[in-house]
Design a protein around this ligand. Structure first.
Ligand SMILES: C[S@@+](CC[C@H](N)C(=O)[O-])C[C@H]1O[C@@H](n2cnc3c(N)ncnc32)[C@H](O)[C@@H]1O
Length: 254
């Protein structure tokens, strides 16, 4: 897969130029890691929500609960507030690089720190940088430094009323899309509405709500499955089962 394509290149270069160093105990030896990746079977990467358990190996927000300087000061980007776990900060760049999205739609701007970070990631990782569109009810809290980014746009929307979306905008935004729902408002109604504008290959990430599994989540994920979305376990399980703020919720439209 594209995400691990560099492993083969390294393996070939090391064997060609430094055959003794790639052997066990050599300076380039990584134990079984490289061989495991090269021989990995990723045929089960995409799975239906109904086939998944909801357990997480660890709760990814645990660090945030500490009333310590480290916990309180960790959630920043370029001085602005960025409310994402370290695991998710490591996952999104991989998805952005693999997917090469032309549009990122973020529901829930807060101060704009996450939109700024996504825009910077996009400008570095995408061959054809697209645009980030971030939506919130309280857009006056967005910092001027986020507003100044050339790829980043903020929109006023009330997610409790989908008619406040600019439908013309959604129809003209190029694909692939990466949608990130971090607003926690009517998540499945919003999903159903935005799905009408989505095309196969687009991704939809639902942050935080799926951490608390209840009837609404189970029923909502059945709706997601019935809408043709599969869980991408590369992202949900990269650091352990569901070690992400979006358990079972890195979703790809088939
Ligand atoms: C968790 S914060 C977003 C955090 C941000 N994405 C980040 O990673 O730093 C949730 C956001 O949802 C917004 N929100 C809450 N209710 C909303 C509504 N009805 N319509 C639009 N946005 C809403 C809040 O204003 C808040 O900025």
């Amino acid at each position: 897969m594209k995400l691990t394509s560099g492993y083969k290149a390294f393996w070939d270069a090391a064997h060609k130029h430094y055959p003794t160093q790639i052997q066990p105990k050599g300076h380039l030896d990584m134990g079984v890691a490289i061989g495991s990746v090269l021989n990995a079977d990723d045929s089960d990467r995409f799975v239906r929500p109904s086939e998944r358990v909801w357990m997480s190996t660890i709760y990814p927000w645990i660090f945030d609960k500490r009333r310590t300087k480290i916990g309180a000061l960790a959630l920043t980007y370029k001085g602005l507030i960025l409310l994402k776990t370290p695991f998710d900060l490591a996952l999104y760049p991989r998805l952005i690089w693999e997917l090469q999205p032309r549009t990122i739609l973020e529901l829930g701007s807060y101060q704009g720190g996450s939109g700024l970070w996504l825009s910077d990631q996009m400008s570095v990782l995408c061959e054809m940088p697209g645009e980030v569109h971030s939506f919130d009810l309280y857009v006056k809290c967005v910092h001027e430094n986020a507003r100044a980014h050339p790829l980043l746009n903020f929109h006023h929307v009330d997610l409790s009323d989908v008619s406040t979306f600019d439908q013309d905008l959604l129809m003209r935004l190029p694909h692939p899309w990466l949608v990130i729902d971090d607003a926690h408002v009517q998540i499945f109604s919003i999903f159903s509405y935005l799905n009408r504008f989505m095309t196969p290959g687009d991704y939809y990430v639902v942050e935080d709500n799926p951490v608390n599994v209840n009837r609404e989540i189970i029923d909502g994920f059945q709706l997601i499955e019935d809408s043709g979305f599969l869980i991408d376990t590369y992202f949900t399980d990269a650091f352990g089962t569901n070690v992400t703020c979006a358990p079972n919720a890195w979703l790809r439209k088939s």
